[in-house]
Design a protein around this ligand. Structure first.
Ligand code: SER
Length: 326
C-alpha cells in the first residue's frame, strides 16, 4: 500500500463508463500515464489518442504482460457483463465478472499494485432487500446472475483487502445515463436509448413499465464519484467494495415528462419484456449516506439538468450527422 498511483490501466475502456473515464483520467494524470484496454479495438479517438492494449480479462497472462510492459500500479476494472446479457449468457457473466476479478486481484498481490477500483452495482440487491432508501448494509440476495456475481465480487474484494492487505475499492453504480457511448446490455439501458429515439423519431417503445422506479445517475457524476473514491484516504474508509451511490430515482414516465418539456410532441409506449422482472427485484431508491460520510460523496446532476444536457449534446451530434458514434 506504499506505492503511488502513477501508471493507470483501465480494463474495459471502450464501454459506456470506460470511454468517459479514460478522458477524465488522461486529463488528470496525463495521457502517457493512462493505458486503455479492452477485449476489442476501438476507432474512438478518445481511446486511440493514447496507449491501447487488447486485454481479455479472463486471460491472466495477457494481463500480467501489460502490467509489466507499462509498470502499472493502478487498475480500474470496468469490464463486466451486465444484467440483461448476463441472463442470456450466465456462464460468460460468471467468467468475466468472477474469474476476471480474481485475475485482477492476484495481479494486485503479485505486482504490489497501489490500488484497484472494482465497481459493483445496485444489482447486488434483491426482492428481500428494503426497496425504498435501501441501506448500505442490508440483505443481499439478488435473483439475477449479474447480481450474484456482483455480491460475490464485493465479498471477494473485501476478503482480499483483509487477508492480503491490498487496496481494492468499489461502489454500487445505479443506472448510468450518458451521451457519449451507448450502454451494453443492462436493464437500465432504456434511460439512454429513450434520448436517442427522442432526437431521431420523437417516439420510443420502452421495455420497462411506465412506473418502474430505479436509481439513476448522469455520467459526469459517475466519473467524479469513481475518481473521488479512488483518491480517498484509505484510513478514512470503513467500507471498501460496497458503497451505495445515488443521485436521483426516476421512472420511464418521469423521463418522458422531462423530455416533453423540450419536445412536446414526444411520445412513448410501453412493452415490458424479461428485463421488467430484473428491474422489479432492484431498489427504487438508495441511501448513500455511507459514501457521503466516508469519502464525501455529493451528486450534482438531477433529472432536469441531465435531460437538458443530454438533449443538447445529442441534438448537436444529430445535426452534424453523427448521432451514433460507431
Ligand atoms: N446498469 C446496470 C444494468 O442495468 C446496473 O448496474 O445491468
Amino acid at each position: 500500500m506504499s506505492r503511488k498511483m502513477e501508471k493507470i490501466l483501465v480494463i474495459g475502456a471502450c464501454g459506456q463508463i470506460g470511454t468517459e473515464l479514460i478522458v477524465a483520467l488522461r486529463e488528470k494524470y496525463g495521457a502517457a500515464n493512462v493505458i486503455a484496454s479492452d477485449i476489442r479495438k476501438s476507432s474512438d479517438p478518445n481511446i486511440t489518442d493514447g496507449a491501447f492494449e487488447i486485454i481479455d480479462i479472463t486471460d491472466k497472462s495477457r494481463l500480467e504482460e501489460v502490467i509489466r510492459k507499462y509498470d502499472i500500479d493502478t487498475i480500474y476494472n470496468m469490464a463486466a457483463v451486465l444484467s440483461a446479457v448476463g441472463e442470456k449468457n450466465p456462464l460468460v457473466c460468471w467468467d468475466v465478472n468472477m474469474n476476471g476479478v480474481l485475475n485482477v486481484l492476484h495481479c494486485a498481490i503479485d505486482f504490489n499494485l497501489a490500488r484497484v477500483i472494482m465497481p459493483s452495482s445496485i444489482a447486488v440487491f434483491g426482492p428481500d432487500s428494503p426497496r425504498i432508501n435501501t441501506p448500505n448494509d442490508t440483505i443481499l440476495r439478488p435473483t439475477s446472475m449479474y447480481g450474484v456475481t456482483k455480491v460475490c465480487g464485493e465479498r471477494l474484494c473485501d476478503y482480499y483487502v483483509e487477508r492480503f492487505g491490498i487496496d481494492v475499492r468499489g461502489l454500487r453504480y445505479p443506472g448510468i445515463i450518458s451521451a457519449e457511448t451507448l450502454p451494453g446490455g443492462g436493464t437500465t439501458d432504456y434511460a439512454v436509448e429513450i434520448f436517442y429515439k427522442a432526437i431521431e423519431e420523437r417516439k420510443y417503445t420502452c421495455f420497462l413499465k411506465e412506473d418502474t422506479r430505479l436509481p439513476m445517475m448522469y455520467m459526469p457524476d459517475c466519473i467524479r464519484a469513481t475518481i473521488e473514491l479512488a483518491e480517498a484516504e484509505f484510513d478514512s474508509l470503513k467500507h471498501h467494495n460496497d458503497f451505495n451511490l445515488a443521485a436521483f430515482s426516476i421512472t420511464p414516465g418521469d423521463i418522458v415528462s422531462a423530455i416533453k418539456k423540450h419536445f412536446p410532441d414526444f411520445t412513448c409506449d410501453y412493452k415490458p419484456d424479461y428485463r421488467q422482472q430484473i428491474a422489479e427485484s432492484w431498489p427504487e431508491s438508495i441511501d448513500d449516506g455511507t459514501a457521503r460520510t466516508e469519502w464525501g460523496w455529493n451528486h450534482e446532476w438531477d433529472l432536469d439538468s441531465m435531460t437538458g444536457d443530454m438533449l443538447a449534446k445529442l441534438s448537436k451530434r444529430y445535426s452534424e450527422g453523427k448521432l451514433y458514434k460507431k
